[in-house]
Design a binder for this molecule. Sequence first.
Ligand SMILES: Nc1ncnc2c1ncn2[C@@H]1O[C@H](COP(=O)(O)OP(=O)(O)O)[C@@H](O)[C@H]1O
Ligand SMILES: [Mg+2]
Length: 266
Amino acid sequence: MKIISVANQKGGVGKTTTAVHLAHWFAMEGYQVLLVDFDAQGHACLSLGIEKADGLFRLMVNDYSISEVAIEARPNLHLIQSDKTTNRIKYFMSDQPMREFMIANKLSEAESLYDLVIIDQAPGSDLLQIGSLIASDSLIVPTRMDQLALDSVLEIITSARALGNYPNVDPPQLIGVLPNEFDLITKETLQNIERLQKAVGSHFVLPPIPRDTSVREASSRGMTLWEYAPTSRAAIGYENEGPIVNSQNRVGGYLHLCEIVRDASR
Ligand SMILES: Nc1ncnc2c1ncn2[C@@H]1O[C@H](COP(=O)(O)OP(=O)(O)O)[C@@H](O)[C@H]1O
Ligand SMILES: [Mg+2]
């Protein structure tokens, strides 16, 4: 079992969209997948057409088991729901012994049940973020391509690496930074891609997700792109003649990301 966190301390950068599309794609590929919504806004739930609920609170605070709180969102895809009660979990955790490791301990129950756990992190940097990064094997950092957004990319990568200072903690491996709402033609975007490549290393910059209204349309209907617009650019990427392409001979889009994550997790 692998645990992947989708994280960035900034909101509105595409964390939830990325987590949901990864989770659903792997489920469609036959993996047993658990998606955990760590954001009190419950957007991962809503994006799948499922109501918010206190699943995560019951798991972490009331000591329910994963199988008691996870619900079936799609075939092979289980979801631990979140709602405003999630905001109270960190206060409960802060009094507990080994508080940074509580999430890792809880999620270790998933080992016998799932092939893949995807964590949709909330913005911010509290005990829930630290605990879920400690629990994670790997990390994807979605970002928009403006200058300020790039700043927060470096912050999350630095905080993840700093977890190596805890005894017995392997910090999550960075799968990559994911440029989202990417606009091929603006000069600013292209300059910022170069900046990002310099800052994190070009092999850590993933093929981008195009800006595409289908993304908002799909999530507002409680559907993923795999259901609502499987041939949209955000799903399968741009036409491309370059060397790095996905299985549809295109570059970018969620298909490309999913294939890279699958290959990285082999
Ligand atoms: N590639 C994209 N093109 C267009 N809209 C997008 C794209 N990615 C995300 N969005 C929209 O932007 C908003 C924020 O995305 P979301 O995934 O919820 O971000 P976060 O979880 O980081 O706050 C949502 O309304 C989402 O539908
Ligand atoms: Mg979100």
